[in-house]
Write a protein that binds this ligand. Sequence first.
Ligand code: TYD
Length: 142
Amino acid sequence: MINTGLTSFRVNGSKEWGSLIALEGGKEIPFDIKRVYYIYDVEQTVRRGFHSHNDLEQMLVCVHGSVKILVKTPFAEEVVTLDSPDKGLYIGPMIWREMFDWENGAVLLVMASKHYDEKDYIRNYDQYAEQAKVYFESRCEK
Ligand code: TYD
């Protein structure tokens, strides 16, 4: 799906010492990291997200436990399971996302390309779908 995709990070590790993953802006993370936040202590049945961003790139990593992410446009949708710290889900602009099925004390770490700006959010799905159709059609990509 355009503007989103799952990636695997290189693990430095051994059975003896454990594992380490290093993520750098402009390298493993395809943008300069301006902000990091993490979501945790979420009840398994809670569904959150329900928004898109006009102009924000993010990389999501479930550093503990597991969580499912629905990524959606007016043309396609997909559910990605983040269940290992070596998996990253890139989400670019104009992708609707919902996070659900939080298991085993999931901790979801998010790296973002911009500082927090509520004005960049689209929180109404119908409004999102209208804008996203124009956005993706103007790129001739779905
Ligand atoms: P929100 O992005 O709506 O969470 P989710 O999409 O996971 O349901 O953010 C929840 C609250 O946290 C909201 O009041 C805004 C605040 N917040 C910040 O202050 N800074 C941030 O970087 C983020 C992501 C959220």
